[in-house]
Design a protein around this ligand. Structure first.
Ligand SMILES: Cc1ncc(COP(=O)(O)O)c(C=O)c1O
Length: 383
């Protein structure tokens, strides 16, 4: 394959709001660099408005927010937590760290989200939580999942790493479960390098969450002047985001509207621009169920098989375009197998891992660059 000399289009470039240098300077000068500082409070308030008044805790990552969720739920050895087989490691590892055994369930072939029809069979008396992941920010079938969880008295923790600004039937993703988590990793729509948040939809758990976030101490009550010294009261860790990161997050949150508009336009241009080619070549495009609104977090295609996916990746690479595959099935990973993943039957997750390719999608991607990607794919055909 001939290597093109055309300009390189990366898979991803982080968005940085023009005012970020100013907010970071201001955080630096304030001397308040620790967690829950002035910029963190602004971000928490903004996110709480988006999440209908939920309590928001900024964390160092989505992984940390998932661990914090496990801590708040009091997850212990012997507990089981249901996760989709097609997800990032943290959906399972955050709970495994507290001793839970992840139980892997296959995903729906249309959305690559936890298949609610397979859920009930995976529930046992030891099940403590279900962790649905809104893949690509496209909503899981939350109605069914919440019904099943309620029937069995099991908590729902939404791993909403992809789904900030996504919704289902007009309701924001992350407001269905008792707890949900966000990621502000460099690759996410809104980012501060590394960062995350825990969204708490249970007002009666606020104190538990404050303790979990503050190393297991009641320091928050001390800071509020409710006690004269603080001490170690229950399990917890350091789940706080530095205010220097929060300053970048705040600048980027303020610019979210134009960023989202552009991302959504790019996503639609991929979807319409590739529709005919996909039909002709047996390639599947993302499916967005009727009342779901996604935030254009990522755009993917499902090629007919692994070989064709690899061929397309290599072809794009030869044209200086970086595409990416995504998760490897978690139940077949060494840790997944150690937790009994060998018994899980998840053919859809395995197929998705082999067939999926993600195309460049970021705020700085220009339409002319996207047109080049679209034309190259439409002119390409495998042998
Ligand atoms: C579904 C899902 N959950 C959790 C994470 C972990 O996010 P973070 O890097 O913020 O810990 C990721 C990472 O991309 C993810 O895709």
């Amino acid at each position: 394959m001939m290597q093109s000399t055309a300009t390189h289009i990366p898979f991803h470039k982080p968005f940085c709001a023009p005012q970020a240098e100013r907010t970071i300077q201001s955080a630096l000068r304030s001397g308040k660099w620790a967690g829950n500082g002035p910029f963190a409070q602004k971000c928490r308030q903004r996110l709480a408005e988006l999440f209908q008044g939920a309590s928001v805790f900024l964390t160092p990552s989505c992984t940390a927010a998932l661990e914090m969720a496990a801590c708040i739920l009091g997850i212990q050895p012997g507990d089981e937590v249901i996760v989709p087989a097609f997800t990032f490691v943290s959906s399972a590892s955050g709970f495994a760290l507290f001793g839970a055994r992840p139980v892997f369930v296959d995903v729906d072939p249309r959305t690559l989200n936890l298949d609610p029809d397979l859920l009930e069979a995976a529930i046992t008396p030891r099940t403590r939580a279900i962790v649905p992941v809104h893949y690509a920010g496209v909503a899981c079938d939350m109605e069914k999942i919440m019904q099943i969880a309620a029937r069995h008295g099991v908590e729902v923790v939404e791993d909403n790493a992809h789904g900030l600004f996504g919704s289902l039937s007009g309701r924001f993703l992350g407001t269905f479960g008792s707890l949900s988590t966000l990621s502000f990793h460099e690759t996410k729509n809104v980012s501060c390098g590394e960062g995350g948040a825990l969204i708490l939809n249970r007002p009666d758990w606020v104190e538990k969450a404050e303790i979990a976030q503050e190393k297991g101490t009641n320091r928050s009550r001390f800071l509020m002047g409710l006690i004269d010294k603080y001490t170690w009261v229950s399990p917890g860790s350091s789940y706080l985001l530095s205010d220097l990161n929060a300053a970048l997050l705040w600048a980027n949150l303020e610019e979210m509207e134009p960023v989202q508009r552009h991302r959504l336009e790019l996503w639609e241009r991929y979807q319409t621009g590739l529709r005919d080619w996909c039909r002709q070549h047996g390639v599947e495009q993302p499916h967005v169920p009727g009342t779901a609104r996604h935030p254009a977090h990522l755009y993917y295609l499902l090629l007919p098989d692994l070989e064709k996916r690899q061929q397309l990746m290599m072809f794009l690479r030869s044209q200086n375009i970086q595409a990416a595959y995504h998760y490897q099935p978690l139940h077949t990973s060494p840790m997944g197998l150690a937790y009994g993943g060998g018994e899980a039957d998840c053919p859809v997750a395995v197929a998705a891992a082999n067939r999926l390719i993600r195309l460049p999608l970021y705020a700085g991607l220009k339409f002319e660059e996207q047109d080049r990607i679209l034309e190259l794919i439409r002119d390409w055909s495998w042998r």
